[in-house]
Design a protein around this ligand. Sequence first.
Ligand SMILES: CNc1nc2cc3nc(NC)[nH]c3cc2c(=O)[nH]1
Ligand SMILES: [Zn+2]
Length: 379
Amino acid sequence: MAGWDGWFVVEHREAHSQARAGRLVTPHGVVETPVFMPVGTQAAVKTLSPHELRAVGAEIILSNTYHLYLRPGSDVVAAAGGLHRFMAWDGPILTDSGGFQVFSLASLRQVTDDGVRFRSHLDGSEHLFTPERSMAVQRDLGADIIMCFDECLAYPARRDEVEASVDRTTRWAQRCHRFWQEEGNPERQALFGIVQGGAYPELRRRSAEALQELDFPGYAVGGLSVGEPAGVTVAVLDATVPLLPADRPRYLMGVGTPDLILEAVWRGIDMMDCVLPTRMARHGTVYTSEGKLTVRNAAFARDFRPLDPACDCYACRHFTRAYIRHLLKVNETLGMRLTTLHNLRYLHRFMERLRQAVREDRLPEFRAAFYRGEGAVLG
Ligand SMILES: CNc1nc2cc3nc(NC)[nH]c3cc2c(=O)[nH]1
Ligand SMILES: [Zn+2]
């Protein structure tokens, strides 16, 4: 609809690829794309404050509808004035619709065309998530970008299962769109359709064409990063991204290793999210310009260098591998905080270099240097 024309501005198309550099203009600020979005599952990016998130350069973060619906409840978040006020993050927020978490976390699920009946993974209480309920919860949470309630199948899935799932996801998207228009906040919250279709190009086309009928402010590629080989992920992107409107943002859900980020941006993806960089940080694995290293390992017990000598983050400016290893070994929270700060800073700087390469039509050289491991992170 006319209202969302122009909210996403493509500023440059890279000369040798489908990559583009642009800006998303949201009520809580502008986001440079391509962008990697840190995940704040339960209204916090684990171990970090909003102030620290700003310090590492984070611009937009994710939160999960399923978790916040169960705890503390979207009514509590709404009473606080919405998620931005509740968590004191004044930048853009994207909430997913709960679809993926219900399928990956809840138990005793029953999927019908009406929605998904499930038991909470917390206390076994029974709930029914419908497209309308997901839209109402996301409206109450107040994120700038909200996602359709969809069905994400595991990989691999039979073609007939995927076809039925695509058609259900389309019907659910129509219901989400109607609720958003009639009972949501269609001027302030951008609703994204989510393309499904498994590893079947013609089902991806079927899904993308059906969603475009509704003219969403943005489109996500769903159903990936669910255990398929990286080659399948990339092949599905090759088949799907060209089907999406060039003037709308394209969001690849659940992808965040640097190599896949690079391949996705090459193919025209503008937004990505992943829990990996923060989750692996808490387990002591960090990205560095010489490759990944697991600082918990004994090899670093007397290594008094920073995590990455080439990094400008707070952890690398003040602390050593030996000290951070010690903190992790004795389970001092500061250890996880420092590795998390570092990994998010590293990914943010990786995205800055990637955006610059796109703007300067240098993506082939950037990609070649990345795979040679020169000054880039080994994903
Ligand atoms: C909210 N809907 C929705 N979320 C997702 C989150 C994902 N996260 C991953 N890997 C970590 N794959 C995903 C796919 C979907 C998907 O197909 N749909
Ligand atoms: Zn660092």
